[in-house]
Ligand binder design. Structure first.
Ligand SMILES: [Zn+2]
Length: 92
């Protein structure tokens, strides 16, 4: 195998930059209509990605980017949970 594996890239909802999927946090809308933070990156459903950064999160939140990307309303609880996880990952 001479060919190198391509790194999957995704766009952050906040800064709109393309980044390696692994560096981003995945938010998924499941076929059941739930919106979850997908830590494994393997859940079925429509996914959206964001940098583990509060500034990107704020931008995405302000622009209702999660709703648009997932084509589904995102409850304030989910937003809060996401924000919490981001804060934790920024601190570590
Ligand atoms: Zn970003």
């Amino acid at each position: 195998m001479a060919k190198q594996k391509k790194i999957p890239m995704r766009m952050c909802l906040g800064c709109q930059e393309m980044k390696p999927k692994k560096e981003l946090i995945r938010v998924v809308r499941t076929p059941e209509g739930e919106v979850l933070i997908d830590k494994t990156g393997k859940k079925a459903g429509r996914g959206a990605y964001i940098c583990p950064s509060l500034s990107c999160f704020e931008k995405a939140k302000k622009g209702k980017k999660f709703e648009k990307a997932l084509n589904h309303p995102v409850s304030p609880e989910i937003i809060e949970k996401l924000q919490q996880e981001l804060t934790e990952s920024e601190q570590s």
